[in-house]
Design a protein around this ligand. Structure first.
Ligand code: GLN
Length: 472
């Protein structure tokens, strides 16, 4: 089967991925091979892949100079599953370097910036596509890919989905294999799916949500079947009748009241709930994510990945250590270096108790608060538990604190766009390992897309899709 996506074909025809790449394309590499005939659940569907997910057909750079020209020796399990079901890998997409960022602006000098294609009018200033999976969201929003894979450590699929007006799912931690996904922060990293509607996201999710012995954190078949039994026991059927939805107090802004009335009209019960630790999630997230990143990124710079910086011989008189220091200094961008320093500091002997352990403690508190709210028990809690004492099945709140920020350094761009604050409402579900999906829900007063997020118990993606269809 041929891919009949003319937008992707014309992009491919003029594509130059490096400095001469004058078009603000979301791709860092486009697949120009002609797809053969294929069968399978995703036959002929074009799917873009974030550039931190290994694809042996393509350079996989994590948008970093330190991995420039790196060709992975194998393809990630999730990409392999897509190919086995007949999907056509459209290309690799630009991202914030190593997934660190919220606007896809932390790019190496050899990539041009990307723009949000969801502009309400051609006269608008250019806005961010969100990050770090901004390339994947933009590829889907502009229509050059049918769906895309991203990764979500603290919101990197949901935030770009909200800014670009598409659907973005961060599955439960451990649902999709991370074999072949270049690590940012292991205890938080998830592969996520972006698509123009929920059916698309669900189809892709069903193909890649499989056990994998190559990733020890990937859920087993037994755990998956417990989760699906529990979900059907609790709210049988397909609709949303009987759903109990909680809106966290204090973050009800940007949830259209008409949406809540509509959900109530379809038989759902909507109440305010209290999730006090949600406000402390952001600092806890940045401590934990940076700490893990500082350890994960230790593997780069030793000459194993073949970037031009690494291929260059040691300079005269330079020791091995000096060479490694130079490669890391030149190869990592500013934001990544900031995170490595912050993470190393949090893990240092003097700071460990006061910083790292406190962040772990906050994470634990937040997890407990979510579990106290849910009516459905955690599938990994003591076997045979039929119900929790909680009151809700789903938590609903805006995905982001605002619409897409303006790009650039002007006054307008600076307004309310502190990059770290953009993650305020996405990091809580990441810390708790829960499934969370951003669904487009109208426009802000500036005409740009807004999204609402639906969070449920671990393993309840089926319920998230069901409620998502009602919101869509
Ligand atoms: N913006 C967050 C960060 O920079 C989240 C990124 C992500 O989910 N990969 O860490």
């Amino acid at each position: 089967m041929r891919v009949t996506n003319s937008r992707l074909q014309s992009l491919a025809a003029s594509f130059k991925p490096r400095t001469s790449d004058v078009h603000p394309t979301p791709y860092s590499w486009i697949n120009t091979s002609v797809p053969g005939s294929s069968t399978g659940k995703l036959a002929g569907r074009s799917i873009a892949i974030k550039d931190n997910i290994s694809n042996e057909q393509a350079p996989t750079s994590c948008s970093s100079s330190i991995l420039q020209d790196y060709n992975p020796p194998y393809t990630a399990t999730c990409v392999q599953s897509l190919i086995s079901e007949g999907a056509y890998i459209a290309g690799q997409t630009k991202m914030d370097e190593f997934g660190m960022g919220s606007q896809t602006t932390h790019l190496p000098p050899f990539y041009t910036p990307i723009h949000n294609p969801a502009s309400p009018s051609p006269d608008e200033s250019l806005r961010s596509a969100g990050g770090s999976s901004g390339g994947s969201a933009a590829a889907v929003a502009e229509g050059s890919s049918w769906a895309a894979l991203g990764t979500d450590t603290g919101g990197s699929v949901r935030l770009p989905a909200s800014y670009c007006g598409v659907v973005g799912l961060k599955p439960s931690y451990g649902m999709i294999s991370r074999r072949g996904v270049i690590a940012y922060a292991d205890s938080l990293d998830c592969v996520g799916v972006l698509g123009r509607n929920i059916d698309t996201v669900e189809q892709v999710f069903n193909v890649i949500s499989q056990p994998d012995e190559g990733d020890m954190t990937c859920a087993s078949s037994a755990t998956r079947s417990i989760a699906s039994q529990i979900s059907q026991q609790h709210i049988p059927g397909n609709g949303i009748e009987g759903f109990r939805i909680g809106i966290p107090r204090a973050i009800t802004q940007n949830v259209p009241p008409s949406l809540l009335d509509y959900l109530k009209g379809r038989g759902a019960k909507v109440d305010e709930v209290s999730l006090p630790s949600i406000n402390r999630a952001l600092p806890a997230y940045y401590v934990l994510a940076s700490a893990e990143a500082s350890s994960n990124l230790g593997r780069f710079g030793g000459g194993w990945f073949g970037s031009p910086l690494e291929r260059e011989d040691a300079r005269e008189g330079e020791s091995g250590e000096e060479r490694r220091k130079r490669i890391r200094t030149e190869g990592f961008g500013r934001e990544v270096k900031k995170r490595i320093l912050a993470g190393t500091w949090a893990l240092s002997a003097d700071e460990f108790n006061n910083t790292y352990l406190k962040a772990l403690h906050l994470r634990q508190l937040l997890r407990r608060e979510y579990q106290t709210l849910f009516r459905i028990p955690h599938p990994l809690s003591s076997p045979g538990r039929i119900s929790n004492d909680g009151v809700v099945d789903m938590i609903l709140h805006p995905t982001a604190i605002r619409t897409a920020p303006i790009l650039g350094k002007g006054k307008e761009a600076a307004k309310g766009s502190n990059e770290y604050q953009q993650d305020l409402l996405t990091v809580p579900a990441s810390l708790a390992g829960l499934p969370c999906m951003s669904v487009p829900s109208g426009k802000g007063s500036d005409g740009w897309p807004l999204g609402v997020s639906l969070t449920s118990q671990w393993g309840m993606e089926g319920l998230v899709f069901r409620l998502g269809r009602a919101v869509e």
